[in-house]
Write a protein that binds this ligand. Structure first.
Ligand code: NAD
Length: 419
């Protein structure tokens, strides 16, 4: 099948590469010209185990290509999968501007039947908005082409994205018409040879299912974090408690770990968006509100402990943080709990702002060391780390990164040689 993926990020790139691996002709569109150039040059903009090899073999086989050409991308695939970002808006709701821009681009250029697949995580009712945006563009052009809008939320986990995509535990398809659902069924056929994994449902149920899944997982994390804090106060060990409850099959062992709070590009924004949906629908989600509150507090538990331990001695301490990404096996720093911890440490250091730069420099060079060995394209990760440092520097010292960059590059050069 010929398919187009709109948005070549964590989801779009993994989906595109895996669909190509199943024998499809895949064109991945992105507006980020630098990202597309990097991919066309054989680079990979993100770290995800196994992804590089899948992308390489399918590019080499001519089944996977990357482009910034919107018209050519809409012309390419009968299936148009939208996998652009849906970041939180100011009020917590999902910002649909990228999804609707992609829908309008499809409407502006389509020249025949298209199945538009919402793969991004989007609130209930988004498929209707996508449908309206496409219809509006077609009307503006004075043309009529048939199209379907389908919801096919993605459940892959960063850090195991290729594995999850190749062997999904379920494939949720929300479709209201048979022609579209049959196309999706053929698309996913190679991913469910072992047994039926497709759950066909209404579009709205599919949209809600994705949020419900992430909200449930976030709830387990906050539950365990709250219990861990109580266990500490009571002299119990949360690890022992975890084993004690996980052995009950109704509870299970997965996703029961206490820690520094959930982060990442999905849980925080999806919890916020679902809370917003509940408010807007006149059915506020009290339990989920508490999940978010507990998580926000949890991100500061470690910082508070460190401050309590060192007291005034924290000022000027050189601290190395290991494991900055929001979880293992990814380079994704979005909403990582380490950000809150670093911010707390820097705030604790506020009286000695002069120490800020050395601290950041050390942080900058501690992190890539284990990465460089496992991940040769470490430069990209450096850019991400730098963007994060930029944020910190701006927030805590007002010093622009440009003043620090030359020095950082020097140190990076010597650190790389040392590897
Ligand atoms: P991302 O930020 O990594 O990638 C989004 C890409 O879309 C970017 O490269 C951006 O340049 C591109 N883009 C934006 N507007 C575009 C447009 N109009 N045309 C073409 N390209 C455009 O995002 P992501 O992490 O891949 O997430 C994408 C969606 O999938 C989100 O809704 C997210 O909630 C959902 N999701 C993410 C994960 C995950 O683990 N990251 C898992 C499941 C679902």
């Amino acid at each position: 099948m010929k398919i187009t993926i709109i948005g070549t990020g964590y989801v779009g790139l993994v989906a595109g590469a895996c669909f190509a691996d199943a024998g499809n002709q895949v064109l991945c569109l992105d507006l980020d010209a630098a990202k597309v150039a990097q991919l066309n040059a054989g680079g990979i903009p993100i770290y995800e185990p196994g992804l590089e090899a899948v992308v390489r073999r399918n590019r080499e086989a001519g089944r996977l290509a990357f482009s910034t050409d919107v018209a050519a991308s809409v012309a390419h695939g009968e299936l148009q999968l939208i996998a652009v970002g849906t970041p939180p808006d100011e009020d917590g709701s999902a910002d649909l501007q990228h999804v609707l821009a992609a829908a309008r681009a499809i409407g502006r250029h389509m020249d025949g039947y298209r199945v538009v697949v919402d793969k991004s995580t989007v609130p209930v009712g988004t498929a209707d908005k996508v449908r309206a945006a496409i219809a509006e563009e077609l009307a503006r052009r004075g043309v009529q082409h048939p199209f379907s809008v389908v919801s096919n939320p993605e459940f892959l986990k960063e850090g195991a994205a290729v594995e999850d995509f190749m062997r999904p535990d379920r494939i949720v398809i929300g479709a209201d018409d048979a022609r579209a659902s049959e196309l999706l069924r053929s698309l996913y056929a190679p991913f469910q040879r072992n047994h039926e994994r497709i759950l066909l449902m209404s579009v709205r149920s599919a949209e809600l299912t994705k949020y419900a899944a992430n909200a449930m997982l976030a709830t387990r994390i906050s539950f365990m974090n709250e219990l861990a804090n109580l266990a500490e106060r009571l002299g119990a060990d949360i690890e022992e408690v975890r084993k004690g409850i996980g052995s009950d099959p109704r509870i299970g062992f997965d996703f029961l770990y206490a820690g520094a709070g959930y982060g990442g590009s999905c849980f925080p924004k999806d919890v916020k968006a679902l809370l917003r949906t509940g408010d807007e629908a006149g059915r506020p989600l009290a339990l989920l509100g508490a999940v978010e509150q507990v998580n926000e507090a949890q991100k500061h538990v470690l910082g508070t402990k460190i401050k309590a331990y060192f007291g005034a001695g924290l000022a000027g301490k050189r601290i190395a943080l290991w494991g900055l990404a929001f979880k293992a096996n990814t380079d994704d720093m979005r909403e990582a709990s380490s950000r809150a911890l670093i911010a707390d440490l820097l705030a604790g250091n506020a009286a000695r702002r002069g120490e800020l730069v050395p601290l950041l420099m050390d942080y900058h060079f501690v992190e890539p060391v284990p990465v460089a060995a496992a991940y040769p394209a470490g430069r990209h990760r450096m850019a991400k780390v730098r963007a994060f440092i930029d944020f910190l520097v701006e927030r805590f010292s007002g010093q622009p990164w440009s003043q620090l960059e030359a020095k950082a590059e020097d140190r990076h050069a010597s650190a790389s040689t040392a590897d």
